[in-house]
Design a protein around this ligand. Structure first.
Ligand code: FES
Length: 577
């Protein structure tokens, strides 16, 4: 499929070079913005900007856009910036995930409807990157992603801090009385020092790192800090490069193959990346007509050593990863495990991209396959009568002794129930119990919020307890840590077995055998199932209703059922009047 029209024109030329009324209208209104005929003869590069003052991670995007535009002009393109909705993690309630698919639709439809020949996607905060990739994959015009980059390391009294791993850790210490109010305020003032996305290997760092393994960004995109001038230079280079991609008709459908997706899973496992990628990658695959079953994540994780020493699983943060060689250096170590011949936006293979440049400058941050932190990757998929369609655990960020554990369930039936009771001094709970949260999945949450790292009950926190086995149908932030089983599917709100757990039931996690078992007889579960009633829907109108009516479960990527697949944009002659 080519961006050229039947007459050999680019797609934008069918808007601007038309001899009739439509062409006149397109040209005269474009001239009203100060552009001239010379501009309109160039390929149009849309710059999809997810900037918003409601999204702190993207505060520097106005400057980033200018760098991309410089590059596009230098290479003979015509850059036109357009906004799409900006999903910021910090403010959006109940969960930014509620709108990932809306952002993907926004991206796809703006590419589809406008005179665009190629697009640069500017993303950063958690959901913006998968949303942009999903939309671009479905529109299938030449596309290149530029991330905003991670924040600088936080620093407090000489300690390196990371958002938001330390938001949680130090809040727990404050709740346990180990930090004074004055110290807690100092943490607030020193934790987030710059714009950019969160700087541990959370969801944003994970998804932006994966763009390199997917082949959808130039080498280096994953780790260059947001405030480093090399981020602007990468943006300018990307602006130049997208013009060449249009000339070469290098579309996502040629890059985002099964091999590329498997490369992304391998990198995810090797860097101890976020469990949220186990939702976003199947969603992206669904746009490409590729099935990415959960068991593939487990299979790849078992054969992929953990080579990046990054929080929350390890010791360092994204700034350190960049100085150590960045994602290209990690990918170079992983080449024996990757499809090195996968095509990327550079027009070269993944192996060619990383072979020459990628050296390790700090062997404690980026390990080799021989000096890996663990012989296996950081994620596992568990199944059993509690999650017949699977659940996810980031065992690299868990307490090892809890990975083989049997305990008594303490059940919270909803997020409000959890909020009301976790601080109760009379809560019947011991450190060996298993905390269970129901009705926090895609429909139950709604939007599968990041509450899977249930807070340790306050009375246990005061006793020094810092981790417990926790199970839910929710997600958790990639910056979080603990022995936490997530994404239990099917979710409780559609009658999944998680809905049937009651206080006092015995639950067993056996990670070595990837098993999650509720020790309740099938007969008793059948009896409870017959009594079960679906919770009232969260929405009866508007976008929320569309979400509830169309959302797929977590193992299928939580896309809308009607968005699966792609519908590539083709050049069409404009109507003549
Ligand atoms: Fe945007 Fe953490 S708040 S990535």
């Amino acid at each position: 499929m080519s961006t050229s029209s039947p007459r050999g024109q680019t797609r934008s030329a069918t808007f601007f070079q038309d001899d009739f009324t439509a062409g006149l209208i397109h040209r005269t209104f474009t001239k009203s913005m100060g552009f001239d005929d010379e501009d309109m003869r160039k390929p149009v590069i849309g710059i999809c900007n997810t900037y918003s003052e409601l999204n702190n991670c993207h505060a520097h995007f106005p400057q980033l856009v200018q760098a991309v535009k410089r590059g596009v002009w230098q290479a003979g393109g015509f850059p036109l910036e357009f906004p799409t909705i900006s999903l910021g993690e910090i403010y959006l309630t109940p969960s930014s995930m509620l709108w990932r698919n809306l952002a993907a639709m926004d991206t796809e439809e703006m590419i589809r409807g406008n005179p665009i020949d190629g697009v640069v996607l500017l993303t950063g905060c958690d959901k913006t990157t998968p949303a942009a990739l999903m939309g671009a994959a479905s529109a299938d015009l030449p596309s290149l992603l530029v991330s905003g980059g991670p924040m600088l390391n936080g620093n407090w009294r000489g300690q390196t801090l990371g958002a938001c791993t330390d938001c949680r850790r130090l809040s727990d210490e404050f709740r346990a009385g180990k930090l004074t109010g004055e110290q807690y305020k100092e943490v607030e003032d020193n934790l987030v020092r710059s714009h950019g996305h969160c700087m541990v290997m959370g969801t944003a760092s994970t998804m932006n790192s994966l763009t390199e393994a997917l082949g959808m960004a130039l080498p280096g995109n994953g780790a260059i800090p947001a405030v480093d001038s090399r981020r602007l230079r990468l943006a300018e280079q990307s602006g130049r490069h997208i013009v060449q991609m249009v000339a070469d008709d290098l579309r996502p459908s040629r890059i985002l193959t099964r091999q590329a997706l498997e490369n992304a899973i391998t990198l995810l496992c090797a860097i101890g990346g976020s469990t949220n990628a186990v939702v976003h990658l199947p969603a992206l695959a669904g746009r490409l007509g590729i099935s990415l079953p959960l068991d593939l994540f487990d299979e790849i994780s078992r054969r992929t050593p953990l080579v990046a020493n990054l929080r929350p699983s390890g010791k360092y943060q994204m700034e350190d990863l960049f100085y150590a060689g960045g994602i290209p250096a990690v990918l170079k170590q992983l080449l024996p495990l990757l499809h090195g011949d996968a095509l990327t936006v550079t027009g070269h293979s993944l192996a060619e991209n990383v072979q020459a440049a990628a050296e390790i400058h700090n062997p404690d941050v980026i390990r080799t396959l021989d000096t890996a932190l663990d012989s296996q990757g950081g994620l596992s998929i568990v199944r059993g009568n509690l999650a017949p369609d699977g659940a996810v655990i980031k065992h690299a960020a868990a307490t090892p002794r809890l990975l083989q554990h049997r305990g008594r369930a303490v059940v919270f039936t909803s997020i409000p129930d959890l909020q009301a009771r976790y601080g109760d001094p009379d809560l019947d709970v011991t450190p060996d119990d298993v905390l269970v949260l129901q009705n926090a999945g895609p429909i139950g949450g709604p939007g599968m919020p990041e509450v899977g790292n249930l807070p340790i009950p306050t009375k246990l926190l005061a006793q020094g307890v810092r981790d417990m086995l926790r199970i839910s149908d929710a997600r958790m932030s990639g910056t979080a840590y603990g022995t936490i089983v997530l994404h239990a599917a099917p979710e409780a709100a559609v009658g999944g077995p998680l809905a049937l757990v009651r206080d006092g039931d015995e639950i067993e996690l056996d990670l070595a055998n990837r098993r999650l078992h509720l020790h309740v007889s099938d007969e008793e579960l059948d009896r409870r199932r017959a009594e079960w009633q679906a919770p009232a829907p969260h929405y009866n109108r508007g976008y929320g209703k569309l979400f509830l009516d169309s959302i797929l479960q977590a193992p299928e990527g939580m896309d809308f059922d009607f968005l699966l697949g792609s519908d590539p944009v083709v050049a069409e002659n404009q109507p003549k009047f």
